[in-house]
Design a protein around this ligand. Structure first.
Ligand SMILES: [Fe+2]
Length: 449
């Protein structure tokens, strides 16, 4: 995938110039490595799966040419050499050895970006704000506190990456005016201790903590996972034209929720399976999660525990597909045999079983997963139950799921249709199968943009 984060190694003995190049390249979303000589560069190349090397041509000990030679015999990755006017001879030799491109010093930012883009794929947008990964703190949207009375936890604001200042004590009250004043100053988020976030959303992490202290999930793995999730949400999943404020809220909420879920080894396992299964199942799940949260808010549900269950239910709704082969999942519905159809339609039941075997999954989440294909006409599957029996949260995920099937782009080769067209298609099938309130909320959400 061209929009994945790639690894670039910059080799240059002049510290100031190298710093400048690295600083410039950091504007792209790629991960950067640097070495001040060819020897260190080789070591890095052995340790890291580097995608592109940008190297000076003249360096002490192992020159840029030697390095190029070594790379071209060891690993087939593109090498861009930075050349100067006085290095014409080396440049010619480098071309013969197989340098992929040359960058004449001094060069402008645009030239550098153009070459990087040439080798690493399409232009990458400037990086999004970093995912909050401080192990102790969780980010919470300040909007969640509007309906809150006395807090049961300490609340912090973040001053820097490592510094947090307490703005409210557990048991104290935050007045609406104070929240308003913070919002006016542009503060969107406050922070709470991680264990307190679990309290806020009514989610029990206690068992997982005792069992393993969640230590066997490496921070690095979590980081990769969160980055991946964040990128998908930001770049691939959302359709254009949905109200930006709602999208931002949903994105923040899911990121924070996922941060807490990854503390629980079992839930982390599920997320991991999801992210490793067919890409589109995962991307689709993120989209459904986000739209479920947005629809929920539009319905006036501002309680964090409710929204947390919606986001979790949206994420896990198709987990029962994990044992179904990818080819079958990608097969057009009309081409399915009756047996294949039965297999696919068993996924809500299978999903329910998987989540029931876990200790920490709230019962409402299990209901969402089990009932996300039931409809208001009583013609859904697996049970065909009617609107009085379907869990209210499952009705929301049902609508979000169908909408995302139409509107969300989850494969590079896919042309998503516009949100309004997706709504029109939903109206065109049989509108009565959707929960009226949830579908109405979705339409309002789209109209708001
Ligand atoms: Fe499903």
């Amino acid at each position: 995938l061209s929009d994945q984060v790639k690894k670039i190694l910059v080799v240059e003995d002049d510290d100031v110039f190298r710093g400048l190049v690295v600083k410039t390249l950091k504007k792209l979303k790629h991960e950067l490595f640097e070495a001040s000589n060819g020897k260190d560069a080789k070591e890095l190349l052995l340790l890291e799966k580097i995608d592109l090397v940008i190297s000076d041509i003249q360096m002490p000990h192992v020159s840029g040419l030697d390095l190029l030679n070594w790379i071209k015999t060891e690993r087939p990755i593109p090498v861009i050499l930075m050349t100067g006017f006085s290095k014409a001879l080396e440049t010619r030799e480098a071309h013969e050895v197989g340098a992929d491109d040359f960058l004449a010093k001094p060069f402008r930012e645009a030239q550098l970006f153009e070459l990087v883009t040439k080798y690493l794929g399409e232009k990458i947008e400037p990086p999004a704000p970093p995912v909050d990964l401080d192990p102790e703190f969780c980010r919470v949207s300040i909007a969640d506190f509007i309906s809150e009375k006395a807090t049961e936890y300490n609340i912090f604001i973040r001053i820097s990456n490592t510094k947090y200042i307490k703005i409210a004590h557990s048991g104290g009250k935050i007045s609406d005016e104070r929240i308003k004043a913070y919002q006016d100053k542009g503060i969107q988020h406050v922070y709470v201790k991680r264990e307190d976030f679990s309290k806020i959303v009514g989610f029990n992490l206690g068992i997982a903590r005792v069992v393993g202290h969640a230590d066997h999930i490496s921070q690095a793995k979590k980081l990769t996972f969160m980055k991946h999730a964040g990128n998908l949400i930001l770049e691939n999943v959302f359709v254009n034209g949905v109200d930006k404020g709602s999208v931002q809220y949903a994105k923040d909420f899911i990121e924070t929720s996922m941060g807490v879920m990854t503390d629980d080894p079992e839930l982390f396992g599920v997320l991991d399976i999801l992210s490793n299964h067919a890409d589109f199942v995962y991307a689709h799940s993120l989209g459904v999660s986000a739209f479920a949260v947005m629809i929920g808010r539009e319905l006036g549900w501002h309680s964090a525990p409710v929204l947390f269950r919606l986001s979790m239910g949206g994420l896990f709704h198709d987990i029962g597909k994990k044992e179904i082969e990818k080819q079958l999942l990608e097969k057009p519905r009309v081409q399915l045999t009756q047996q294949e159809r039965g297999k696919i339609e068993s996924h809500p039941t299978r999903g329910k079983e998987i989540l029931q075997s876990m200790k920490t999954v709230p019962s409402e989440v299990i209901a969402i997963v089990y009932e996300h294909h039931e409809d208001a006409l009583g013609q859904g599957f697996p049970r065909g139950i009617g609107p009085l029996e379907i869990h209210p949260l499952a009705k929301v995920v049902h609508v979000a799921n169908i909408f995302c099937e139409y509107a969300v782009k989850y494969r590079a080769d896919m042309q998503p249709i516009s949100p309004l067209e997706a709504i029109a298609m939903m109206e065109g099938t049989n509108e009565k199968r959707f929960d009226k309130a949830a579908f109405g909320a979705l339409k309002k959400l789209i109209a708001k943009r």
